[in-house]
Write a protein of this length. Structure first.
Ligand code: ADP
Ligand code: MG
Length: 243
């Protein structure tokens, strides 16, 4: 579904990514882990087409990402950032409906009729019915993140990119949030690429992990293969942080 071929990216003199190659299969849940500044978000931005590589090529379903229009790309690929939504005061349901933008014409209409059924299903599934008319600005962090998830669900993408999506969630909501993503992956064959900062969550939800360090993929494999003391210590420099 996704292929990155020999991609490199620099900001000025800083070589953030060097010679990254990887493949992600349809329906896979791949986690990207690595220390701060190792280029995880940059890699995700290349895959989503937000940034262009200096060298190499990124493709989605066999086509170069650069060959898609913004709109056609948004019909297939969605991104959920760490703090999933800008601070806007729109009502919850309208925010979720924004996920339909890529499918609407300039009048805000959709070809196959309106998306009310889909939006209702999503509102129910995320237990947001009671909040439908509330402005986003009055919601808690956990509720906002659920709305952000609703918006990307409304987009009905084939690929979902997540950048540390549970950072601002209370511990008790982190698994609930990941469970929603996992059931979407299981039931609809969604392909998920997630930058994960929590190694426990990464091992619970990811089929495969890539470790990024200083702009290179230095290890990949199943969580069982990757999350062993030797790799963790080498990558995260755990020893220097012990008390
Ligand atoms: P990670 O997500 O792994 O923490 P990032 O991909 O955000 O790492 O950043 C990698 C490096 O690139 C960092 O040193 C960061 O400061 C730098 N960087 C990221 N984006 C930009 C940018 N737009 N301009 C300049 N430097 C950037
Ligand atoms: Mg980051």
């Amino acid at each position: 579904m996704i292929e990155v071929k020999q991609a490199a990216k620099s900001y000025g003199k800083l070589n953030v990514l060097r010679d990254i190659s990887l493949k992600i299969e349809t329906g896979e849940f791949v986690g990207i882990i690595g220390p701060n500044g190792s280029g995880k978000s940059t890699l995700l931005n290349l895959i989503s087409g937000i940034e262009e590589p200096d060298q190499g090529e990124i493709s989605l379903a066999g086509q170069p990402i650069t060959s898609f229009s913004r709109k056609s790309l948004s019909q297939r690929l969605a991104v959920l950032q760490q703090d999933g939504l800008p601070s806007i005061s729109y009502p919850v349901r309208e925010v979720i409906e924004m996920g339909r933008f890529p499918f609407q014409d300039w009048r805000g209409r959709e070809k196959g009729g309106n998306a009310d059924d889909l939006l209702n299903q999503i509102m129910n599934r995320l237990e947001l019915q009671e909040l439908a008319g509330r402005p986003l600005s009055v919601l808690s962090g956990g509720q906002r993140q659920r709305v952000a998830l609703g918006k990307v669900m409304a987009q009905q993408p084939e690929v979902l990119l997540l950048d540390e999506p549970t950072t601002y969630l209370d511990i008790r909501y982190q698994m609930q949030f990941m469970d929603l993503i996992a059931s979407w992956q299981r039931e609809e064959g969604l392909t998920v690429v997630a930058v994960m900062h929590d190694l426990n969550l990464a091992s619970l939800y990811c089929d495969r992990l890539l470790i990024l360090s200083a702009g290179k993929v230095i290890a990949e494999g199943t969580p069982d293969e990757i999350l062993v003391p030797e790799t963790i210590e080498a990558v995260f420099d755990v020893k220097s942080h012990t008390v």
